[in-house]
Design a protein around this ligand. Structure first.
Ligand code: HEM
Length: 403
């Protein structure tokens, strides 16, 4: 065993007290030891933990590292005797090409910058409706339920073409199946209900296509099971991520009053501000890959079959890539964060997420110039990170303002 190599045996998730936006101290410490550490998986299997920006980016661009679900090892749960099956139809984040591109390709034209910008007006309208409701109800309010959760959910309903009259029940189901603290049986019931709902939706779009992504996809050679799987996966990939960026992003701005003032003073800063919040918060924080062959990486030999944990949030705080990485600086010029990943699996919905953030943050700040936390910052409940794959965020964000 190489004694000079830093070794991590448990994937840390706990944030340092008073530093809710920073990666866990042990991960930052691992980065200080070098961009790659040894990681001992439950059951004793050796693997790797990558925390350096350049190294992670090179892995993401290298087809010798696989995303296939059946090859993955869980970093914290001992599944020594379990056999993993390939990802179900439509869950293409956990597939390699050619299976991966069978699903990604038909979707690509639906999420272009141009197409997403056309949605700006809709996002503006939906945002304004929610701000009206907040203003009418008066302070205080929970920004997650009043604002951060419904905006991405309604946009997703529009994208999939969920009919207006079905939206409330659909949103209740999808909320229930993503509730990390709910009882397992309730989650399963909500998941089944959502699947059934999507099966009906796919059938309806085949019979009577409308102007939405799901209807467009009925023109491809994908079967109903695949379309349902893709829709389900889009819900899983696009809702919590954007919701937590909106809520945690507002929390971060409120905790950095100089940056908040800079954004209020210069609305043109919003595009850069969104990129910096994405880097600083990195809500999609950890992803896995598996080596398909022996690969030399960072001066180490990664053996075929070795699992790799990629810590995107630590990479986005890499001092060799971002000067003063722990400072939220909305004027930062050095883009290129990994918050949406990189390479063939780079986030497909990133333009939609950007449009939502570029509209929602300024609209919220303009509407409530005196917006502030309604409780001490230390009491803001952080999302429990039961699994390292969980998206990071706050459970609720109580805010108030001068009415
Ligand atoms: C993939 C983050 C919003 C759909 C990814 C990946 C990241 C990410 C890091 C790559 C994972 C990997 O490397 O293994 C985010 C963040 C978002 C966001 C931070 C919000 C701010 C969305 C939205 C949608 C979406 C709104 C859909 C409407 C997807 C899909 C993939 C993906 C389909 C898989 C792409 C593939 O495997 O080819 N996302 N995402 N995401 N995201 Fe997002």
């Amino acid at each position: 065993m190489d004694e000079s190599l830093h070794t991590v045996t448990t994937m840390p998730t706990a944030r340092q007290p008073g530093r809710p936006f920073d990666p866990p101290a042990e991960l930052l410490d691992a980065r200080r030891h070098g961009p790659i550490s040894r990681y001992i998986f439950p059951g004793g299997k050796p693997g790797w933990l990558l925390t350096g920006y350049d190294l992670i980016k090179s892995v993401l661009a290298d087809s010798r590292f696989s995303s296939r679900q059946e090859l993955m090892l869980h970093p914290t749960i001992d599944y020594t005797d379990a056999e993993f099956s390939p990802a179900p139809p439509g869950e293409f984040l956990f597939m390699d090409d050619p299976r991966h591109s069978r699903y990604r390709k038909p979707l690509m034209g639906k999420f272009t910058v141009r197409r997403m910008r056309l949605l700006t007006e809709r996002v503006e309208q939906i945002t304004a409706d929610h701000l009206d409701a907040m203003e009418k109800a008066g302070p205080p309010t929970d920004l997650v339920t009043a604002f951060a959760k419904p905006i991405p959910a309604i946009m997703m309903c529009e994208l999939l073409g969920v009919e207006h009259q079905d939206r409330d029940s659909f949103r209740e189901q999808i909320d229930a199946f993503r509730d990390v603290e709910a009882d397992g049986e309730d989650v399963m019931a909500a998941y089944t209900a959502t699947r059934n709902h999507l099966a009906e939706l796919v059938a309806a779009k085949r019979a009577h296509p409308t102007d939405d992504v799901l209807s467009d996809l009925t023109d491809s050679d994908l079967n109903d099971e695949e379309l349902k799987g893709m829709a389900l996966f889009l819900l899983a990939a696009g809702l919590d991520t954007t919701m937590h960026m909106l809520a945690l992003g507002t929390f971060a701005l409120l905790r950095n009053p100089d940056q908040l003032a800079a954004l209020r003073a210069d609305p043109a800063l919003i595009d850069r501000a969104v990129e910096e919040l994405l880097r600083y918060l990195s809500v999609g924080k950890t992803f896995m890959r598996t080596a398909l062959e022996d690969v030399e990486l960072g001066g180490r030999t990664i053996k075929a079959g070795s699992p790799l944990i990629l810590s995107y949030n630590t990479a986005n705080r890499d001092p060799e890539r971002f000067p003063d990485p722990h400072v939220l600086d909305l004027h930062r010029q050095d883009g290129g964060h990994l918050a949406f990943g990189h390479g063939v699996h780079q986030c497909l919905g990133q333009q939609l997420a950007r449009v939502e953030m570029r509209v929602a943050f300024p609209a919220l700040l303009n509407r409530f110039p005196t917006l502030r936390l309604a409780i001490p910052a230390e009491q803001v409940p952080l999302r429990p990170e039961a699994d390292i794959a969980d998206v990071y965020g706050v459970k609720s964000l109580p805010v108030t303002w001068d009415a």
